[in-house]
Write a protein that binds this ligand. Sequence first.
Ligand SMILES: Cc1cc2nc3c(=O)[nH]c(=O)nc-3n(C[C@H](O)[C@H](O)[C@H](O)COP(=O)(O)O)c2cc1C
Length: 225
Amino acid sequence: MYFCTKVLIYQSMNKNSISILLVVFATFIISFTGCKNSSSVNSEQNHSTEVSNPAYENIMTRTSVRSYTDKLISADTVEMLLRAGMAAPTARNSQPWHFVAITDRAKLDELAETNRHGRMLKEAPLAIAVCGNMDKALEGDGKDYWIQDCSAATENILLAVNALGLGAVWTGVHPIAERVESVSKVLNLPETIIPLCVIVIGYPNESPQPKNKWLPENVSYNIYE
Ligand SMILES: Cc1cc2nc3c(=O)[nH]c(=O)nc-3n(C[C@H](O)[C@H](O)[C@H](O)COP(=O)(O)O)c2cc1C
């Protein structure tokens, strides 16, 4: 009798304990999942620059590189860079551009003389002149959109350069009339093709740190203030 009573008490206690354990376990799972969700939202809001994402990382690590090794860049890689340029958005999809890829040593050296801030061309194996094609530019008020379109293509190429382990620097041409004239002469450009910039590209021979340009004071939300 004593034995039977003890077994019954033990069994009922066991059932209760299992129920309690199940409730505790379920509560733990629910609260853990909830915490995890809210903490990941918070961390994205508070530390958006720490998000690990290869595309974002590529944007944040791009920096101007002005010294290169003498390693040549393959034709396939040059085409990848040009494809990246042409993937850029353009006003009304007008694609008002022309790209001149320069690998000829003599031409690169001549180009170096067109910009006193472009001496790095002397040791670069590649340059891409990003030009606006006035025959494809919009008419009327939107004509000058070619500048934004070609700038978007330029940034795309700079990002592709960084992603492929190369280094580059944007050297400005348009709107400096003297540079437009001298670059056009070196590259034999017709009047309808205006050089916006020359991107100087090579395998990096220096590792400059990307600049931290984040300034909250440059941002307003909803209205300017
Ligand atoms: C329109 C434009 C023209 C530039 N021209 C030159 C140039 O002639 N020579 C040069 O060394 N860098 C030039 N740069 C590169 C800037 O100096 C560089 O982007 C800037 O200092 C910020 O550094 P980062 O590219 O490392 O972020 C030019 C950049 C832009 C957008």
